[in-house]
Design a protein around this ligand. Sequence first.
Ligand SMILES: [Zn+2]
Length: 249
Amino acid sequence: MIDVANMTSPEIRAAIEKGTTTAVYSVGSNEQHGPVLGVRTDTVLGDVLALRVAEKLGKAHKYPTVNVGCSEHHMKFPGTLTLRKETLQNVLKDITRSLARHGYKRIIVLPSHGGNFGPIEEVSSELKEMNPGVEIITYTDLTGFVAYLTKTSEKFGISPEDSGAHAGESEVSMMLYANPAGVRTEKIPEAKGYLGAFDDAATEKIFREGIGGLSPIGVLGDPAEASKEHGEAYIEAIATAIVEYIKAQ
Ligand SMILES: [Zn+2]
């Protein structure tokens, strides 16, 4: 078994002793995702991503996704919860330390929400210092993460602007694949958001003014062409790229 959610502690202990010494967990959020997607989106996708990364790595356990992150830039919209950066970093220190204490030798921390990349990058060296003898791998390249998505969207003839970085075509597609019951497909025609470039200036504006500064409905992209098939391809592309990154460490 890969997902510890339905495993017992004796089963986990036996698996670690037999060499399952990698643990993977995502760091998601609970925040507005426009009129189509539910607030738990980044946590649902974090679960799917961590599971697929653990499957591809082999001899790995998938732990639960941290379900609240740093979402100050979404606080204009109800349903959003946010942690102070230090709070999230302390949660990550405690979770990572717990995993190390049980004998995992490699711990992988994957942000599945844009606002968590910076705080994770910042705490990364401390996580390593706190856990000598354990390989701690954090994936903290937000532009790289979005680039894996847009590279895949190109194959479907979807522009990077429509694919979007938040509740656009790519994220709605991934949710149609991962959790279709939570997608308000009838609202897709009303969900066209910011369609400019997702560059450094745009990300800087989001973190400074909040996402409402770019889109009054809190969407980056246009989910009009979203589909379950695209969604599976996006998840596969990100998981493959992250596994390559992990293996290169
Ligand atoms: Zn999201």
